[in-house]
Design a binder for this molecule. Structure first.
Ligand SMILES: C[S@@+](CC[C@H](N)C(=O)[O-])C[C@H]1O[C@@H](n2cnc3c(N)ncnc32)[C@H](O)[C@@H]1O
Length: 217
């Protein structure tokens, strides 16, 4: 059954095949817009990769707030991608977002032209221990959108290890994290040898929610 989520200035159809967008994810979008508007001169093309696009809420919002952006939005779920495409069409954004079915970077390796200014992701990050105690309402979201491996960190490991191959020098990586994961993801970036300038930002409830890193120049 189609469900509708209000996110930023939009309404997104979600259905049962995509995560119902969360209010705290708006902070991720706001942070991205604020960083890009300071760093990319107005009118200059801004290439963005959205990993785990779900219903397309992050990609579509960024397309709206960053007029010079071109976005590749990927997801492993064909059903999520079809919902995201429908949402993009609704807002006339489908020409500026390329939707790609891929297990993280798997189907991007052959695309040597890809080089992003911003890689953004709200990946699945619930650990096994937290998953068992999730409220029933949260368990209505698809498992593939929630479960982040035994310690919840699987996607951060893969993103930190591989994203830099697809990023310009000085490009920014922004990820949403679970309530207790920010310092661990920040440490991953700091010890990666390829990212610096790591910072943590809070959500509106005062919880550490966003981690930023920058590909070394
Ligand atoms: C937490 S949801 C985020 C959805 C949306 N971006 C948001 O912020 O509301 C994570 C998304 O990652 C996708 N996903 C899970 N495993 C993936 C993988 N291996 N590669 C790509 N996407 C994946 C899920 O299908 C889901 O849409």
């Amino acid at each position: 059954m189609a469900k509708v989520a209000h996110f930023m200035d939009f309404e997104f159809e979600t259905g049962n095949t995509t995560l119902f967008p969360r209010f705290e994810t708006e902070v991720l979008v706001e942070k991205a817009v604020s960083i890009i508007s300071k760093e990319i001169p107005e009118g200059e093309r801004c290439e963005i990769l959205d990993i785990g696009t779900g219903c397309g809420n992050i990609a579509i919002s960024l397309t709206n707030y960053i007029p010079s952006s071109r976005i590749v939005a990927l997801d492993i779920s064909e059903m999520a991608l079809s919902v995201a495409k429908k949402n993009a069409v609704r807002y006339g954004m489908e020409q500026r977002i390329e939707f790609v079915k891929s297990d993280l970077f798997e189907n991007l390796w052959q695309r040597s032209e890809l080089s992003f200014d911003l890689v953004i992701s709200n990946p699945p990050y619930i650990s096994l221990a937290d998953f068992t105690s999730l409220p029933e309402a949260v368990k209505e979201d698809p498992y593939v959108a929630l479960y982040g491996g035994r310690d919840g960190m699987d996607f951060y490991r893969r993103i930190v290890n591989e994203a830099h191959f697809f990023m310009k020098r000085g490009a920014v990586l922004l990820t949403e994290v679970g309530y207790d994961q920010a310092s661990c993801v920040k440490a991953m970036l700091e010890t990666s040898g390829v990212f610096g300038d790591a910072e943590i930002y809070k959500d509106y409830s005062g919880i550490d929610r966003i981690v930023k890193g920058r590909k070394n120049g």
